[in-house]
Design a protein around this ligand. Structure first.
Ligand code: CA
Length: 234
């Protein structure tokens, strides 16, 4: 588990900012707050945060612009907060280089889980081999460099599609991927990936991983949203 980090919360709604701050501080992190894009850029420059939680709906400079400028300066992990159903915002934000997003209203607990996952990825010294993911308490090993997956030490033969989906899902346990996000992971290799093909690949993947489709323990269905890899129980 990653250690305490310095986190910049950019949100003009004080009530939301306070809740986020108190949850993150509850996890031992140090939190700086900014209510405008200008404040955010100044704070990012002076405080050098390890991660930024960025609301897209800001007065004055837009969250997209803040995201673009932060990205021009650094690789700091960015989690965007978007208004409900603002699909376009979302697509823009992800294209601008945000690492993850949450749609309002969101659960502060889920936000802290995603912060944890992103910090884990962003601090390579705490992830011994970034290309080798160990999941399910070490039972499942996804080795991207060798393009190899083992479960309990046994090689699991996966198609390229299945491998790419597993790789995407397992990278950030607990992060929910919509079908269309997963379709993107397959782009460039399938002639025309459809969202329904994702369900078929997931079904095959579960079968090969010995996951029961009715009660999966590894590749979870998040109803109405998509799929997520299970977080390890602590
Ligand atoms: Ca706002």
């Amino acid at each position: 588990m990653p250690g305490p980090a310095r986190i910049l919360v950019v949100e003009d709604e004080a009530r939301i900012a306070e809740v986020v701050q108190s949850y993150l501080e509850g996890q031992g992190h140090t939190v700086d707050r900014a209510a405008t894009g200008e404040e955010a850029l100044a704070a990012a420059a002076s405080r050098r945060p390890d991660l930024v939680v960025l609301d897209l709906g800001l007065p004055g400079m837009s969250g997209e612009e803040v995201c673009r400028r932060l990205r021009a300066e650094s690789d700091v992990p960015i989690i965007m907060l978007t208004a409900k159903d603002a699909e376009e915002d979302l697509v823009n934000g992800l294209q601008l280089g945000a690492d993850d997003y949450m749609t309002k209203p969101f659960s502060p607990r889920e936000l802290t889980a995603r912060v944890r996952a992103l910090l884990r990825r962003a601090r390579p010294d705490e992830v011994p081999q970034a290309d080798v993911l160990e999941r399910a308490g070490g039972r499942l090993v996804v080795d991207s460099a060798r393009r190899r997956v083992t479960l309990d030490g046994e090689l699991v033969e996966l198609t390229e599609s299945e491998f790419r989906l597993l790789q995407a899902l397992a990278r950030f346990p607990g992060r929910v991927y919509t079908r269309s996000e997963l379709v993107e992971r397959l782009q460039g290799m399938e002639f025309e990936p459809y969202e329904r093909t994702i369900d078929a690949h997931i079904k095959n993947l579960r079968h090969k991983l010995g996951d029961d489709a009715r009660a999966p323990r590894l590749v979870l269905t998040v109803y109405g949203r998509g799929y997520a890899f299970a977080e390890d129980q602590r």
